[in-house]
Design a protein around this ligand. Structure first.
Ligand code: AMP
Ligand code: MG
Length: 194
């Protein structure tokens, strides 16, 4: 059982695992995520392997600070800014044009990247301490139900992750809403917790 109660000390250790290219399951307000350094293609590959997730299914980058957005997306648009002002941190994922430094494995080769700022103290502290955007899908095997508790993660992926941070039950309990901004219009790609 590699479940560890999230506190400042364990979050710091989890961040070290992320920096070294390992996998950490962590709580967000939507569901538990299976996280790796989103700028490290080898670390991200471990997510796909652990979940048995097809490589054509892109991941969401999780950030802890709005100012990071410009590092990963070239978008500069007032409508997008307004949406972010209103709904970040929260269960809103934006699909936006990506910058060079985002690895192809994160976006499945797409020129766009999905980005979100989760509304969960543990997630935000972990991302902050890692100093890198955390790529994370839900911490379940592909095609299975998304976990909303650390024990769910442990049951199905316990032997695949380096650490499971326990931050209690996810308050929203369903995936984020995904909206793409393309040619000055918004498109709903997936309804979700917003
Ligand atoms: P999840 O399975 O909750 O990790 O959410 C990832 C989902 O976000 C994918 O299955 C896609 O539906 C969507 N997604 C991520 N990146 C992109 C992208 N670049 N373009 C379109 N959809 C994306
Ligand atoms: Mg999922």
């Amino acid at each position: 059982m590699n479940i560890t109660k999230a506190d400042n000390d364990s979050i710091q250790r989890a961040a070290e695992i992320i920096k070294r290219g390992g996998l950490v399951a962590f709580p967000t307000e939507t569901v538990y995520g299976l996280g790796a350094d989103g700028l490290n293609p080898i670390a991200v590959a471990k997510i796909f392997e652990a979940k048995k997730r097809p490589a054509f299914n892109p991941l969401i980058l999780h950030i802890s600070d709005r100012s990071w957005l410009k590092k990963y997306s070239s978008i500069q648009n007032n409508k997008v800014d307004k949406l972010i002002d209103k709904f970040w941190p929260g269960p809103l994922t934006l699909v936006l044009p990506k910058t060079e430094i985002v690895p192809d494995i994160v976006t499945s080769g797409n020129p766009t990247v999905a980005i979100r700022m989760p509304d969960h103290t543990v997630a935000l502290k972990l991302i902050e301490a890692s100093g890198t955007p955390i790529a994370a899908p839900s911490a379940n095997r592909f095609g299975h139900l998304s976990p909303t508790e650390a024990s769910h993660v442990s049951k199905y992926l316990g032997d695949k992750v380096d650490m499971i941070l326990d931050g209690g039950k996810s308050s929203v309990g369903v995936e984020s809403t995904i909206i793409q901004f393309h040619q000055n219009e918004f498109y709903l790609l997936r309804p979700g917790g917003l």
